[in-house]
Design a binder for this molecule. Structure first.
Ligand code: NAP
Length: 235
């Protein structure tokens, strides 16, 4: 599907995979709402993107903020009247190399608050605007590490958060089955970012392209799926 003239929102758009995705969405002709929790970092990212006039909006928002999602919805309704693409990309992995026996409750809570509750708040608040699009797409940036089928040890909080995120994908997709909003989870691969680390083999550009592929699916495209490397991945 063409993105020319579409309105796309990316959380965590100031760096890593989200930043690369903002660039690709702009290249495809979309207007991008770049969400950054730190406004200064968002503006800096926008400067680096050097977008065509009027096609990039930086909106400061912490996905853990309880009232921010409603305010964001009001802003988008006033400015654009609808939203075509929501990419829930912002995320944290706070328990890398931490065995479950050493995981602190605060780390678990913060991870779930960001990667799960934050996504829920944004998605719920923006759903009427996505429905108003007529061609709404929601892509939840998930991870193979959240797949129950191939679950390994360590990273309990992160794994739980992505498994829960995948549940959200399935439930929203089921509830929206008769609508024009398609909801999918994508694992971008192991990507060289602050979160993925410098040994990761996949570039942010490649990781973002995997997400873009699900943003651009046609109206008869999949919904309620989990995709990695261009193929359906086991939950
Ligand atoms: P990253 O470079 O660490 O970027 C994370 C982004 O999320 C940053 O923009 C960060 O903002 C933002 N963020 C974190 N907490 C936030 C909050 N409370 N409110 C708003 N924004 C927040 O990580 P990445 O590798 O690009 O990861 C992006 C997504 O891909 C994540 O959901 C991650 O789980 C997923 N993923 C990554 C990999 C990988 O190998 N890298 C693999 C599978 C899935 P600040 O700059 O302000 O911190």
């Amino acid at each position: 599907m063409e993105l020319n003239g579409k309105i796309a929102l990316v959380t965590g758009g100031n760096r890593g995979i989200g930043f690369a995705l903002c660039r690709q969405l702009l290249d495809q002709g979309a207007t991008v709402i770049l969400i950054a929790r730190d406004e200064g970092k968002g503006i800096e990212a926008a400067d680096r993107l050097a977008p065509p006039a009027g096609r990039l909006v930086v909106y400061p928002l912490d996905v853990c903020d309880d009232t921010a999602a409603g305010q964001l919805a009001g802003f988008i309704a006033g400015r654009f009247g609808h939203l075509d693409d929501l990419i829930n990309n912002a995320g944290v992995a706070l328990d890398k190399f931490v065995p479950s026996s050493k995981l602190g409750v605060e780390g678990l809570r913060k991870t779930l608050e960001t990667n799960v509750v934050g996504v829920f708040k944004i998605t719920q608040a923006l759903m009427p605007l996505l429905a108003a699009s007529g061609q709404g797409r929601v892509v939840n940036v998930s991870s193979q590490l959240g797949s129950l089928s191939v679950m390994g040890g360590m990273l309990l909080a992160y794994r739980m958060s992505k498994a829960a995120l995948n549940s959200m994908t399935r439930v929203w997709a089921a509830e929206l089955a008769d609508s024009n909003v398609l909801v999918n989870s994508v694992c971008p691969g192991w990507v060289r970012t602050a979160l993925g680390g410098e040994d990761a083999p996949v570039t942010p550009t490649e990781g973002a392209a995997a997400i873009l592929a699900m943003v651009t699916i046609d109206d008869d495209g999949p919904t309620g799926t989990f995709v990695r490397d261009g193929a359906v991945h086991p939950w």
